[in-house]
Design a protein. Structure first.
Length: 282
């Protein structure tokens, strides 16, 4: 039995999980969605839904964090066949980087071509306020730079090349679509660079000054590993951050997980409108 800590995944293991799911679903998903902390309610809008408990799927990494339900939802959103992961897993929970990427690998085996990732993030850009939504235009893969890559180990040639390009990790056409939807729906959209840190602690004021200095707009503990795996496998990616708190550069305020979940309530309606708008136009 895998315990989630082995270093690398094999094509056989990924395919085992994919075929387990294939047996239980009736529609082949085209779009994958991974929902961040407090953003789970989006999954409730899925029509004709088949809901599978992640814990019943052998090999699937299950979330241990409050605000992450651990349900795989197959169905339709705005008519598009979707696969929604409600309850992502993070590196800090103890899973290996490749296993954090397993949901995306399985999506790829199921034929998903477009990945929409959402997360809750701290606003490092001083203009951002809690409740804002930020379109991710690029990321800093700090953990990958330090060697913690989901692609570490033997390359899975069935998915993509040993040295994948990251010049356009976030699909330009999808960026254009989201901006258009935001304009039409009257939603104020921030844009910027996201960074994934290892967590689980929030940042110190000095950490945050460092992040600002290197050009980061929002900080979180997810998404980048999934995007790297998605791009390795040739998927188009759209990333949206819900700004749940202002990064505390001066050390005068405290960041809590409760505040992150609370801000999700303001963010969910905006994210839903943006994502549904994009799905309608795909
Ligand atoms: N830092 C890191 N991760 C986060 C934050 C934060 O301030 N808010 C939500 N996720």
């Amino acid at each position: 039995m895998p315990n989630g800590n082995e270093a690398f995944l094999t094509l056989e293991e990924i395919e085992r999980v994919a075929s387990d799911l294939r047996r239980r679903i009736t529609v082949q998903p085209r779009v994958g969605l991974i929902l961040g902390s407090g953003l789970g309610p989006l999954a409730e809008a899925v029509a004709e839904a088949t809901r599978i408990q992640a814990s019943e799927v052998e090999g699937w990494p299950t979330s241990t964090v409050e605000g992450h339900a651990g349900v795989l939802v197959f169905g339709r959103l705005e008519g598009q066949p979707v696969f929604v992961v409600q309850g992502r897993v993070h590196y800090y929970e103890g899973y290996s980087m490749p296993r954090v990427g397993l949901p995306v690998r399985v999506m790829q085996r199921l034929g998903v071509e477009t990945l929409i990732v959402t997360n809750a993030a701290g606003g490092v850009n001083p203009e951002f306020v809690p409740g804002d939504v930020m379109l991710i235009t690029d990321h800093v893969n700090l953990m990958g730079m330090a060697g913690h890559s989901p692609l570490r180990g033997p390359n899975l040639d069935a998915f993509g090349p040993r040295f994948p390009d990251m010049s356009q990790a976030y699909d330009r056409e999808l960026l254009r679509l989201v901006r258009q939807v935001a304009r039409e729906e009257g939603i104020t959209l921030r844009e910027g660079v996201y960074i994934c840190l290892g967590g689980p602690n929030f940042e110190s004021p000095a950490d945050l000054r460092f992040l600002r200095a290197i050009g980061v707009d929002a900080v979180g503990m997810s998404t980048v590993p999934e995007v790297i795996v998605a791009r390795h496998g040739g998927m188009r990616v759209l990333g949206l951050s819900g700004i749940s708190n202002k990064a505390n550069l001066d050390g005068d305020t405290v960041t809590t997980h409760e505040e992150v979940l609370e801000a999700g309530k303001v963010i969910v309606p905006k994210l839903s409108a943006l994502i549904k708008g994009v799905l309608r136009r795909l």
